[in-house]
Design a protein around this ligand. Structure first.
Ligand code: B1M
Length: 209
């Protein structure tokens, strides 16, 4: 039983092993953030590098993603305690054209832990859906996630649509995802950028409190 075994099980597409190893580590009292960062997320980074190098392909990437998601589900109850009082509502999704959701789902968990009512719109979310959902739920924050360089422009288009809908002054906009950075966020007119799920919880609170 070790974090290294979790790392190897995700890379090795062995979901049963992910389950037994993650459960074992939780029972042993291992820090859940270490299980997440040094086991599950680190493995996905290696999977991504192998994909870039042409050593692995989409089916394997999907299976690793499934293994990672299974591990995250087991960690979820331990990741972020429920805050007592809701600090605001955030509608969040992965932008149109992008199907990656593991990181966004982690962000949702941490936002809930940070006290937000989270409305998760899922993946491949159109700018119109973001606008409608923000109005319907009277959102304090709209959260835009993307993992692809090819959909970074969609983040900007979504912000433009929020402006065009006349609700820009009513909401704060938080953006995140591996190809984004603070400079990009500033350039496209977002209110904030968060580097990871823990940071997203902290930054979102700063936006509303
Ligand atoms: Co794809 N994929 N993928 N993929 N995938 C990447 C992103 C890639 C970097 C791999 C690579 O080539 N090295 C590459 C993008 C390259 C680029 O854009 N330049 C890539 C590609 C090319 C593709 C396809 C185009 C492949 C193809 O079909 N030829 C295709 C695109 C499909 C589409 O979306 N239209 C594709 C498909 C897939 C799968 C479906 C197989 C699967 C996704 C499964 C799923 O999500 N349900 C997949 C996976 C698993 C990956 C990698 C390997 C892992 C992503 C991940 O889950 N990371 C990824 C390589 C990598 O990232 N190392 C890769 C773990 C996760 C915890 O981290 O998502 O970064 P991350 O989230 C972090 C932060 O970014 C941040 O906090 C999160 C938690 O800490 N964050 C936010 C994220 N959103 C935030 C929002 C915020 C704040 C912070 O506020 C709102």
């Amino acid at each position: 039983m070790s974090i290294e075994n979790i790392f190897q099980a995700v890379i090795g597409l062995d979901i049963d092993k992910v389950v037994s190893e993650v459960n074992g580590e939780i029972e042993a009292g291992t820090d859940v953030n270490a299980i997440l960062n040094d086991g599950l997320i680190k493995a996905m980074d290696v999977v991504g590098e192998r994909f870039s190098a042409g050593e692995t392909f989409v089916p394997e990437m999907l299976m690793s993603a499934h293994a990672m998601k299974t591990g995250v589900e087991l960690l979820k109850p331990h990741l972020a305690g429920e805050a007592e009082k809701k600090v605001g509502t955030i509608v969040i999704g992965t932008v149109h054209g992008d199907l990656h959701d593991i990181g966004k789902n982690l962000v949702c968990i941490m936002l809930e832990g940070a006290g937000f009512n989270v409305v998760d719109l899922g993946v491949d979310v159109t700018k119109e859906t973001f606008v409608e959902a923000a109005k319907e739920h009277n959102a304090d924050i709209i959260g835009l996630s993307t993992l692809l360089t090819t959909t970074m422009c969609v983040v900007e288009e979504t912000i433009d649509a929020i402006k065009d809908a006349g609700i820009r002054d009513d909401v704060k906009i938080l953006v995140g995802g591996a190809p984004l950075n603070q400079d990009f966020a500033d350039r496209i007119g977002a209110d904030a950028f968060a580097t990871d799920a823990g940071d997203a919880g902290k930054v979102a609170r700063e936006l509303v409190l």
